[in-house]
Design a protein around this ligand. Structure first.
Ligand code: ZN
Length: 429
């Protein structure tokens, strides 16, 4: 796959993946088409060397693996990690708010969202809905309204003359999306939702019980800039990495056992049954390597590449970076280093990666946060701690992380794919 074709597929993937549920569903579709088998955690597994498998939890986290031809105790395994979730607005369970003739929905902020950019956007709703059919059966369906159904208008500057200097945002009162003008009529949100279920989901009337629904921006991902240097899109953090990991795994030679873990709940700390700080990966590894000694021997010679976006140096705000460790967009993959273990990279793993990237002519650069600015974290250190695997944290440089629209480099996305592809095919570490 060449660079341009890759980016086109990446943009399509992000467009079709407004929530972690849709990310996993789209990954499943590609995996099914490539002959991967869906394993259920409640069933007995019989793995065949050279075959590919995947397991999901909550339909929003997924672990994909190839059970390699070569014995893992001789080769170790290759692991790649990423996350399926992005900061956004989640609809509350009893969301109806009627104010000044408008029908609005109450929302909770999911993760560390940059709230300002959510104003004046054409918003749609997507996620998972649980309902009871006419026959009393409980069922679930994914929905994506696709069209703009809501908006959070800004307050005009005339009504807040200080807005450009000092406007704070209270998400409880300031960020309720407006759905329509309702006058004095009252409508249950669940009855609105029932009409949005796909026709295949029900025959006859259904009663919606609950849902995990999120607002998202309808603006499509795009290649932008005078020379189309940039990818502009929602959820680049971290669908850009999930897509790169998936494509690399689909293209791998199947000799070595390789694992791709894409977790939900990274943006809220990862501690949950489906998050990186839960039991998902460990339980899967216990089933692949049922002898504790075998598992320890495998882990001791394995490496995890944890992929999550990095902060590129912003030309309007250069003082926010350490000038010697300030990644530039389209200048290569970022190796993330933090003395306090907010990133799990050490000199052994970074040397391994630099060597690998040199061989395939992918440039690398470093990110170390400015002393005095607290460093963000990701799934790398968590996974390293839980399964004891040597880890390197990498990512592509981006602007506007956690905004409703983020910016990455058209070259860097492909560099990440090339790096992960080369990594999964290394026969001996
Ligand atoms: Zn991230």
């Amino acid at each position: 796959m060449n660079h341009k074709k890759y980016n086109k597929h990446l943009l399509d993937f992000i467009k079709n993946s407004p929530t972690p549920f849709h990310v996993v569903a789209n990954m499943q579709e590609s995996l099914d088409a490539a002959g991967f088998q869906h394993l259920k955690e409640e069933e007995r597994w019989q793995l065949i060397n050279g075959n590919g498998y995947y397991v999901t939890r909550n339909d929003s986290s997924i672990i994909v693996f190839i059970f390699g031809m070569k014995p893992s105790v001789e080769t170790g395994i290759r692991l790649v990690g990423g996350h399926t979730d992005s900061p956004c607005l989640k609809i509350k369970p009893q969301p109806e708010v009627y104010k000044n003739s408008y029908y609005q929905l109450g929302v909770e902020v999911y993760g560390g969202a940059l709230l300002g950019p959510w104003f004046d956007r054409d918003l749609s709703i997507a996620g998972k809905v649980s309902y009871q059919t006419e026959k009393g059966k409980l069922q679930e369906s994914l929905i994506d309204m696709k069209r703009p159904v809501g908006i959070i208008p800004s307050l005009a500057i005339h009504l807040d003359r200080d807005a450009n200097n000092n406007r704070s945002i209270d998400p409880q009162t300031d960020m309720l999306p407006i759905l329509y003008k309702c006058g004095n009529t009252r409508e249950d949100f669940r009855s609105i939702l029932a009409k949005e279920l796909p026709p295949s989901a029900h025959s006859g009337s259904v009663s919606i019980l609950d849902y995990d629904l999120y607002f998202y921006d309808c603006q499509l991902p795009a290649l932008i800039g005078f020379k189309e240097d940039f990818i502009s899109s929602a959820r680049l953090d971290n669908l850009l990495s999930c897509f790169a990991g998936l494509q690399a795994l689909l293209n791998s030679n199947k000799q070595i056992t390789s694992v791709l873990a894409c977790y939900d709940h990274e943006e809220v700390g990862s501690t949950s049954a489906i998050g990186a700080n839960g039991s998902f990966l460990e339980s899967l590894l216990d089933r692949i390597y049922s002898e504790p000694e075998e598992k320890s021997r495998v882990m001791a010679q394995s490496i995890l590449i944890s992929t999550d976006n990095a902060h590129g140096i912003h030309p309007n705000f250069p003082s926010k970076h350490d000038e010697n460790h300030a990644p530039v967009i389209n200048e290569g993959l970022v190796i993330k280093v933090n003395a306090n273990q907010r990133y799990a990279t050490n000199s052994t793993t970074s040397s391994f990666l630099k060597n690998l990237c040199k061989e395939i002519s992918v440039p690398t650069q470093y990110f170390v946060s400015r002393a005095g600015i607290p460093c963000g974290s990701t799934i790398g250190p968590i996974t390293a701690a839980n399964i004891g695997v040597k880890t390197i944290d990498v990512g592509v440089p981006t602007f506007a992380m956690h905004s409703i629209r983020e910016l990455a480099g058209a070259n860097d996305a492909y560099y990440l794919f090339q790096t992960l592809s080369a990594f999964l095919d290394i026969e001996k570490l």
